[in-house]
Design a protein. Structure first.
Length: 405
């Protein structure tokens, strides 16, 4: 069973203005001293953020229980400090310059990136999927690239910035484009090519270490995983679990191709492909434009179809992705849950759409109620058969760790 792990980042917000509330250090210290959470909670870049870095899972049911348990902890801490907590990509309002968590590495990043940091007030969702080797990981990177625009459209949850509606569902995606690496990665020939090209970036444009690579998907440097990073932090645990399941299925499908056809064939450009299959060699400029289009429109109109290279109905493309992944979803035990969550997403809208609806109905009070109702909303996933054995653990993998590290 292919394993996965999840990193969720959370904002603490003042209740009256929904500005960042710099209480994260107190929350971190309490949770770090709790044996249940000491290895799972992490400081993040901003003094208003904490991160949950999960254990390694094999099924969505166990993952949902773990996500909900941590969300309940941070919600209780927010109550003790008389603030709000939310899983969102950007805060509705923001200070001119953020308060940074007091570590030497984070201060160095501020020195290196300078004015870019003023708008780097954002939270993301990162999904790690286990891979047999870095060669398999590069084949998976090449395979998932064409789907990154649609995954971006599905995960927009940052429509507000500095008190106004940006007109984008994922303003975080736009902000991240200022970094040295952002958006869709290039194709790589193999793991050696990936390692050579990423290491050539070091020392340029603030790239002091490989953990600062901000592509929408990358190989982990400390875990045997491929890491998806395109998603804004998601309102509910179910929103997170849907994306985790789809990311795992995409990787499983890519690894299946490697095992069937070999690494060389999986890494190669396929000039002839079955009708309806995504084009592995989508030009980078097209993927870049498609990601911005998705950050703008979300699921409200069209999204980039990696098979035809054209814009098509976004909801129909989501359903086509579900059908495209039917076999690996079935094998992982996720197909029924994913179908239910896809239908809910298409009915209720992205996190961004829900935030905008709440704000337009009742302003800050509406957003505050939305955040309160979603942070600890119980996931709809059911524990898979055999999940009572608990989360899977690889002996050489102690924890997940992402973000700006």
């Amino acid at each position: 069973m292919t394993t996965f792990g999840i990193e969720e980042e959370f904002f603490f917000l003042t209740p009256d203005e929904l500005l960042p509330a710099d209480i994260a250090e107190d929350v971190y210290l309490r949770l770090a001293d709790d044996q249940r959470w000491g290895t799972r909670v992490h400081r993040e870049f901003l003094a208003s953020q904490v991160e949950y870095a999960s254990e390694v899972f094999t099924d969505l049911g166990t993952a949902g229980e773990a996500l909900l348990a941590f969300r309940r902890e941070v919600d209780a801490d927010a109550g003790r400090h008389a603030v709000c907590v939310a899983s969102i990509g950007t805060t509705p309002d923001a200070h001119p310059f953020p308060s940074i968590t007091d570590t030497e590495r984070y201060h160095r990043i501020v020195r290196d990136m300078a004015g870019v940091i003023a708008d780097h007030q954002m939270s993301g969702l990162h999904v790690h999927v286990g891979i047999p080797s870095r060669e398999h990981g590069v084949a998976a990177l090449n395979a998932v690239r064409p789907w990154l625009p649609l995954l971006t459209a599905m995960t927009g949850n940052s429509p507000l910035w500095r008190g106004y509606e940006t007109g984008y569902e994922s303003w975080r995606t736009v902000q991240l484009r200022r970094w040295t690496t952002a958006g869709c990665p290039p194709r790589f020939a193999d793991a050696a090519d990936y390692d050579r090209r990423t290491r050539q970036l070091l020392g340029m444009g603030g790239m002091a270490d490989l953990a600062l690579i901000a592509w929408n998907v990358r190989l982990s440097e400390h875990l045997p995983t491929i890491e998806f990073r395109m998603a804004d932090a998601q309102l509910t645990a179910d929103d997170t679990l849907l994306i985790a399941a789809l990311c795992r299925a995409l990787v499983v499908q890519a690894i299946d191709e490697v095992e069937r056809d070999g690494l060389i064939a999986a890494a190669a450009v396929h000039p002839v492909r079955p009708a309806g299959d995504p084009d592995r060699d989508v030009p980078p400029e097209l993927l870049s434009a498609a990601i911005v289009h998705s950050a703008h429109a979300g699921l409200s109109s069209t999204a980039f179809d990696p098979a035809s290279g054209r814009l098509v109905s976004a909801p129909e493309l989501v359903r086509r992705l579900e059908r495209h992944l039917a076999e690996p979803l079935e094998r992982m035990g996720d197909r029924e849950v994913v179908h239910d969550l896809v239908e809910r997403l298409l009915r209720d809208g992205t996190g961004a759409a829900r935030q905008l609806a709440a704000r337009r109905r009742n302003g800050i009070a509406g957003l505050r109620r939305l955040y309160a109702s979603t942070i600890t909303a119980a996931p709809r996933t059911k524990r898979a058969a055999g999940a009572e054995r608990g989360p899977a653990r690889a002996p050489h993998v102690e924890r997940l760790a992402g973000g700006i590290r």
